[in-house]
Structures are given as C-alpha cells and as structure tokens.
Design a protein around this ligand. Structure first.
Ligand code: FES
Length: 91
C-alpha cells in the first residue's frame, strides 16, 4: 500500500486507519483496507466507501478526495440522523 490515513482517537472510542494502493500510472485506487474502533454504522459506511473506491477498476484519486459523507450515505441507503457522524470516519 502506498497511502495511509488515520483519524479519530482510541481515547474517545472512535478511530480508523485506512490503507490504499494507488496505481502510479493510472492514479486509480486499486485496493483499500481499513480497521476501526467505530460502531456498526462506521463499519457499514466504510465498507460501502471501500466498494465505491475499488469498483469498476478503481476510482481516480482526484475523484476520491472529492467524496463526502453524503455520497457514502447515498450508496449505503442512509443512516439514522444520530449515526450520520459515523460515516465521516471513512470520508
Ligand atoms: Fe462512534 Fe459510530 S463511530 S458512534
């Protein structure tokens, strides 16, 4: 993997680490893995995000950085209002 991100804090209960493999020639994300201490909503939304990133040969990194939690929620089919913040971890 040639890209890594970490967000949150284990001290307050929500943390996520994500690794991406980007093809340097095409600048597409060809693989994405992650671990989280987040809740089931965070796991579901990040799982959907991963599929969005790697489907159809991989999303270009310039398109991926424009993704917002609303995009993830649309693919997931929504979350209860009090769980929307969980989708921000992957974003
Ligand atoms: Fe903290 Fe969902 S990630 S409540």
């Amino acid at each position: 993997f040639n890209g890594t991100g970490r967000v949150g804090s284990p001290a307050c209960g929500d943390e996520m680490v994500m690794w991406v493999q980007i093809d340097p020639k095409t600048e597409r994300i060809i693989d994405c893995r992650w671990r989280t201490f987040g809740c089931g909503s965070a796991i579901a939304s990040t799982s959907v995000l991963t599929e969005m990133l790697i489907e159809k040969g991989g999303m270009e990194i310039n398109d991926a950085i424009k993704l917002r939690p609303q995009d993830i929620l649309a693919h997931l089919g929504g979350l209860p209002d009090r769980k929307v913040h969980c989708s921000v971890l992957g974003d």
